[in-house]
Design a protein around this ligand. Structure first.
Ligand code: WQD
Length: 343
């Protein structure tokens, strides 16, 4: 059974990927410092899977400890989720982002090279495209200059991976460019656990619907789109998790020094106002929202071309926007109704 090191495996996308790895016959090993997750995720993962999951509470950049884990666990592949991902925070604290997301990645790759770990899947983001000139966005769409240090760390990460695989310093790798991950596992045992005031739309919707937030603000309805609100490609986190297993399976059949990038989205764009209306219709819950000013840094519209994911990985999104919102709402309702942190 192949052992896969999952950095950030207790996080939102990481935990859902651990489920799919087990389901596909892998042995995931989680390394997570729990800076953006809770220990209940491990308990619930074990409940969901009916088995123990190995988890090291560990900063993945702590080289000596990571070395011991890799030696003890005989790791065959790495899926690297551990990264800071708040766009706004990255503007305020760029060094924190470059240290963790870029220096951390370099240290991890050095370890992968030293231990001849063959396969490396990197968590990238559609942020690397910036405001696309043409839609849908294909993997050959030009990358715009990053609009935030967060986006810059993803662009740098991809360049580093391309270079180290080309030079065969690590065997093969793939960068998955996520569009907007939303939803939760249908079991409602794992889901998104935003810390403090959610920056992202869907957790803000569900917390407002649950009465934990007074009102949702739609950041602008004066964009050049049909209803004036921004368009994104919202993908169910379970579909996104499955894409990582498909990427790993592909890498296992690829020769050394193979590297590629793949968009992981639904191929469909949905506006903010469409999301609100869909949420209200599938849950029957009226949302209290107002139209506010645009949010700095937001792009008007993006959604993925998904032909490469289908052709190369044999993967495509199966869940609908309705599925994602129903699952997100069910998850919100299972979360204890304690007041959310305001920090
Ligand atoms: C979506 C839309 C907002 C909150 C970011 C990162 C991306 C990925 C996902 C990490 C926008 C609008 C939001 C609210 C609103 N993160 N909105 N009111 O900015 O597309 O993507 O998160 O991988 O890399 O860039 O996601 O959910 O923040 O915003 O109107 O209270 O919802 O303006 O149009 P975004 P988002």
């Amino acid at each position: 059974m192949k052992t896969i090191l999952v950095t950030g495996g207790a996080g939102f996308i990481g935990s859902h990927t651990v489920v799919e790895l087990v389901r596909a016959g892998y042995r995931p090993i989680i390394v997570d410092d729990f800076s953006n997750s809770e220990h209940s995720v491990i308990v619930n993962l074990q409940k969901l899977l009916g088995q123990t999951i190995t988890c090291y509470e560990q900063d993945y950049t702590y080289q000596s400890k990571l070395r011991k884990i890799i030696e003890d666990e005989k790791v065959d592949g790495i899926i690297h989720f551990a990264a800071f991902k708040q766009v706004g925070e990255s503007v305020k604290e760029p060094l924190k982002y470059y240290t963790n997301n870029v220096s951390g990645l370099i240290g991890l790759l050095e370890m992968a090279a030293a231990y001849k770990i063959k396969h490396f899947v990197f968590s990238s983001s559609c942020t690397v495209y910036g405001e696309p000139k043409k839609l849908p966005v294909t993997e050959d769409s030009p990358l715009q200059p990053a609009e935030s240090p967060y986006g810059a760390t993803k662009q740098m990460g991809e360049s580093i991976l391309r270079d180290v695989t080309t030079a065969s310093e690590i065997s093969n790798a793939m960068s998955l460019r996520y569009f907007n991950p939303i939803g939760a596992h249908p079991s409602a045992l794992i889901g998104e656990l935003p810390r403090g005031v959610p920056a992202n739309l869907v957790p803000f919707i569900t917390q407002t619907a649950a009465g934990l937030r007074e009102k949702l603000t739609v950041y602008g309805d004066d964009y050049p789109t049909d209803d004036g609100s921004c368009i994104r490609d919202y993908i169910h986190v379970v579909d996104l998790a499955k894409a990582h297993v498909s990427a790993l399976a592909l890498l296992e059949n690829k020769q050394a020094s193979y590297y590629d990038v793949v968009n992981i989205g639904t191929g469909k764009g949905s506006s903010v106002l469409e999301l609100l209306k869909t949420f209200e219709s599938v849950t029957g819950v009226k949302l209290n929202y107002e139209i506010g000013p645009r949010r700095k840094g937001d792009i008007t519209s993006t959604y993925a071309s998904v032909g490469k994911a289908a052709g190369l990985l044999g993967w495509q999104a199966e869940k609908t926007l309705e599925d994602s919102l129903v699952d997100a709402w069910r998850w919100q309702q299972t979360l204890s109704n304690e007041e959310p942190e305001e920090s």
